[in-house]
Design a protein around this ligand. Structure first.
Ligand SMILES: Nc1ncnc2c1ncn2[C@@H]1O[C@H](COP(=O)(O)OP(=O)(O)OP(=O)(O)O)[C@@H](O)[C@H]1O
Ligand SMILES: [Mg+2]
Length: 299
């Protein structure tokens, strides 16, 4: 039995598209036939309630927060909620938010080796899921530490309007510092995913985007990070959130659906579930997606 491939969606900056990327890519993985678990690690609970239209778990019931603090010691599968299944045999399951998540950071600080709690919980899903995606909170706190310990790889959503190369480098350095402190091997940094920007690009956004595209290429000081997909603002995403459906399900032909599929393919290749050649097919000119939606009425 194989362990699921665990990917942390990480950026300590707020509103850069972490939750949208998690829900969209999760839907695309399920569409591909993958058994996928989404982990709502953010005490705001946006993934559960806003993006997927699911109810919060009653704190008096067994819940994810209690599993992290050690108050719940039962089977992790009892905490999982099924969101949907796909025609290809995929599933989209969720470890949903519970209001007591707000207390978890404080409780974990008082616990012994708190950073390993999520990794241990996810080990129970050996053979159950192909992929686990973790929607991280907008902070570099102990919850994010648990995600980094549990993760095999990291996706970094960035907003071109407010991300400088310096901020990005800082984020990546901070991840390296945490990895060193926790004595874990370097996680695979899959790449950047620019999102939550308007098209056509404003002058400043176009400048920032080209900076992101040159990350690590222009100065040679840091390893380059590829841009894996573009996720510009699209009305279809807002509508999908309101409907509680993943975007690939709500509007399968939207340009942004293909961007989520590209990310899903990337993670599938990283997990060894799809051949590299799948990526070449999916990697056709991602800029097309960045630009084309503008003419297509942002759908
Ligand atoms: N491609 C998109 N098109 C339209 N709206 C989007 C898109 N991506 C994200 N949004 C919206 O932008 C807002 C911020 O996105 P999101 O919640 O994914 O960011 P985040 O990084 O998870 O934020 P936080 O740091 O607060 O957790 C949300 O209201 C979301 O609905
Ligand atoms: Mg979020």
């Amino acid at each position: 039995m194989a362990l699921p491939r665990v990917t942390a969606i990480l950026n300590q900056k707020g509103g850069v598209g972490k939750t949208g990327l998690t829900a969209g890519t999760g839907g695309a993985l399920s569409e591909r036939g993958r058994r996928t678990l989404l982990v709502d690690l953010d005490p705001q609970g946006h993934l559960t309630t806003e993006a997927l239209g699911l109810a919060e778990v009653d704190p008096s019931e067994p819940n994810f927060a209690a599993a992290l603090t050690g108050e719940f010691t039962g089977s992790a599968s009892d905490l999982v909620v099924r969101h949907s299944t796909s025609a290809a045999g995929g599933v989209l399951d969720v470890l949903p938010h519970c209001v007591s998540m707000f207390l978890v950071v404080r409780k974990l600080h008082a616990a012994r080796s708190p950073e390993h709690r999520l990794a241990r919980l996810l080990q129970q899903f050996e053979g159950v899921y192909d992929h686990v995606l973790i929607d991280c909170p907008p902070s570099l706190d102990v919850l994010t530490d648990t995600a980094l310990v549990a993760a095999d790889g990291v996706l970094i959503p960035v907003q071109p309007s407010n991300t400088s190369l310096r901020a990005l480098r800082l984020l990546i350095e901070q991840v390296a510092v945490i990895e060193e402190e926790l004595q874990i091997t370097r996680r695979e940094l899959h790449g950047l995913v620019p999102g939550v920007y308007r098209r056509p690009l404003s002058g400043i956004a176009a400048y920032k985007m080209s900076e992101l595209e040159l990350y690590g290429i222009s100065d040679g000081e840091v390893p380059p990070l590829p841009i894996l997909a573009y996720l510009p603002l699209a009305v279809a995403v807002e509508e999908a959130w309101l409907s509680g459906k993943p975007l690939t399900d709500y509007h399968p032909t939207a340009p942004i659906a293909d961007a989520y599929r590209r990310l899903a393919t990337h993670l599938d290749v990283a997990a060894g579930l799809s051949p590299e050649s799948a990526l070449e097919r999916a990697e056709e000119s991602p800029e097309d997606t960045a630009q084309s939606g503008a003419e297509a009425g942002e759908k």
